[in-house]
Design a protein around this ligand. Structure first.
Ligand code: IPE
Ligand code: IPE
Ligand code: MG
Length: 249
């Protein structure tokens, strides 16, 4: 099995996933798109469990983008029911397994019932130090960066910082979750090779893994395959290969 070949000492610290293809999965089966979203919840369960069991430290899931608000209202309504469906089984599981739930995105734009569900999950797992599981909801990366600039300007107005004190590290502290580490591995299902306004700041040096599989079909073995793909890459961060291997002059 793939799993036995995964090197536990070289796991990606942060795996981010663009869970795409629910609609097409359903349409291919002659089902309404919303059935694809429902089936996608099972893939979220399987994937989050697998990531935790493998020992991945951070997982960020793109669940609903700021652009997705423009979809038909019926579809948005179904998508807004999914957090409840997921946490119905997974909140206890998270509590039991030391998983901490976090959110990024414009949570205040979500319907009150979703805010309650997410708030409850975040609150009940606040002190957990195992896997950090981040849900990007009503999230768009440009919006996040603009919000960061706004917060930074407010601090400037209050005399808390000067233009010269702003660097990449201090700027990142104004993003939605200041503790969110850089992404090591970005996975996108659904066959498209684009990032669709997801974590633009945090994926600067991520390894990208695209798969044609539709999200509802994604399971443990596909996460393992993506991690194996990642482990076969050479991350150079701008250096030469010789430098990376420590045999430069
Ligand atoms: C991803 O699946 C789920 C969300 C974007 C919320 P899609 O609904 O985008 O599925 P496709 O891409 O239309 O197949
Ligand atoms: C990206 O998928 C957003 C989520 C998976 C939540 P989309 O289906 O919205 O992306 P585009 O429109 O194909 O770029
Ligand atoms: Mg899509």
């Amino acid at each position: 099995m793939e799993r036995s070949r995964i090197r536990p000492d070289r796991l990606p610290r942060h795996v981010a996933i663009i869970m795409d293809g629910n609609g097409r999965w359903a349409e291919r089966r002659g089902l309404p798109r919303t059935e694809g979203h429902r089936a996608g919840v099972e893939a979220v369960r399987a994937t989050t469990r697998a990531a935790r069991e493998l020992g991945v430290g951070w997982v960020t899931l793109y669940a609903f983008s700021s652009e997705n608000w423009s979809r038909p209202k019926d579809e948005v309504d179904v998508l807004m029911r999914l957090p409840e469906e997921y946490f119905e089984t997974e909140l206890e599981e998270a509590i039991r397994n030391d998983v901490r739930i976090r959110t990024i995105g414009r949570i205040d734009r979500l319907p009150a019932h979703v805010q309650r569900t997410m708030g409850d999950a975040v609150e009940k797992t606040r002190n957990n130090g195992g896997m950090q599981l981040v849900f990007a909801l009503s999230y768009g990366s440009r919006g996040e960066i603009v919000d960061a600039a706004r917060r930074l300007l407010r601090d400037h107005e209050q005399g808390k910082l000067t233009p010269d004190s702003v660097d990449e590290k201090s700027f990142a502290a104004f993003l939605d979750d200041p503790e969110l580490p850089d992404v090591d591995l970005l996975i996108r299902t659904g066959g498209e090779s684009r990032v669709s306004n997801f974590l633009l700041w945090q994926i600067a040096y991520a390894e990208l893994h695209f798969t044609d599989l539709m999200w509802p079909d994604f399971r443990r073995e596909h996460l393992e395959a993506a991690i194996l793909d990642y482990q076969g890459r050479e991350r150079r961060f701008g250096l030469t290969s010789a430098q990376v291997h420590g045999n430069a002059d």
